[in-house]
Design a protein around this ligand. Structure first.
Ligand SMILES: C[S@@+](CC[C@H](N)C(=O)[O-])C[C@H]1O[C@@H](n2cnc3c(N)ncnc32)[C@H](O)[C@@H]1O
Length: 253
């Protein structure tokens, strides 16, 4: 058994104090890693089922052949790690806005850090996912406007409960259209959400993508002793790659 509690690092950032803690959970008999922003819990290694399903469901809907994939939001790395389990994935760009989170992985302070950072298919990209979509430059700094086969996004709590008001535009049809412009024909956008399926957001996805599904993912919650659920949305473009009309090129204001 390891020490019962350790604060592995903490940093002042522009959005508050972030800290990384590891604690031994006696009832579960395992280590739990948690990231807090000030006093709020942002991420916990106790809850990974839907994060992993985000990758599985997104990649299951992706086109045949080798895949170039983007993950938005590195966090503890479970979505990225699950994407790498798919042998068809030939490249994985993981976009993360907090340099500290990337550094914690590189220093091996997080359980999946060593594995993710030594994997030759992976690039950890320090940047703002929404700014990359909005500017139209995309996710590969070495190849602006490069298209990908799948984008798997887990940054905000849900399409209507965003971390920052500046993200809200993305979940409207025009924002989703901008994202779709970075996808190959037949490409997939998959989104994790803490909320149940939301009719208005499903309609926004349907305005841009040809096949849209909202999957409810259930998992055991050790805190409540019951079951909890998240939603994973998937939107798939047609193979002819035609996007619904809209401005796909010019930067957003
Ligand atoms: C909920 S976590 C992702 C969890 C991840 N799916 C996993 O499996 O551990 C969200 C991550 O998004 C990052 N983030 C927040 N705003 C962002 C932005 N605008 N662009 C990129 N990453 C962002 C946060 O720092 C955090 O690491």
């Amino acid at each position: 058994m390891s020490a019962r509690f350790e604060e592995l690092d903490w940093r002042e950032t522009s959005i508050g104090t972030i800290s990384l803690r590891r604690r031994w959970d006696r009832s579960l008999e395992r280590d739990v890693h948690e990231i807090k922003l000030d006093e709020e819990f942002l991420m916990s290694s106790l809850f990974t089922v839907a994060e992993i399903e985000l990758a599985r469901l997104g990649l299951a809907a992706s086109p045949a052949g080798e895949l170039d994939v983007v993950v938005g939001g590195l966090g503890l790395g479970y979505t990225a790690r699950a994407a790498l389990d798919e042998p068809r994935v030939r490249s994985l760009h993981v976009v993360e806005s907090l340099g500290e989170v990337i550094e914690w992985h590189r220093r091996g302070l997080l359980p999946l850090g060593a594995e993710l950072t030594s994997e030759p298919r992976t690039r950890l990209v320090h940047g703002d996912f929404f700014a990359m979509v909005g500017a139209g430059t995309g996710f590969d700094v070495e190849a602006p406007r490069r298209r990908f086969h799948a984008v798997l996004l887990d940054i905000d709590h849900s399409p209507t409960h965003v971390l920052d008001p500046s993200h809200a535009w993305f979940y409207e049809p025009e924002g989703l259209r901008r994202l779709a412009a970075h996808l190959e024909p037949g490409g997939v956008f998959a989104l994790w959400s803490d909320d149940p399926p939301h009719e208005e957001f499903t309609a926004a996805l349907s305005a841009v993508f040809d096949t849209v599904r909202a999957h409810v993912v259930t998992f055991d919650n050790p805190y409540t002793g019951g079951e909890s659920s998240n939603t994973v949305y998937t939107g798939v473009l047609e193979h002819n790659g035609q996007l619904s009309s809209g401005n796909n090129g010019a930067p957003l204001p």
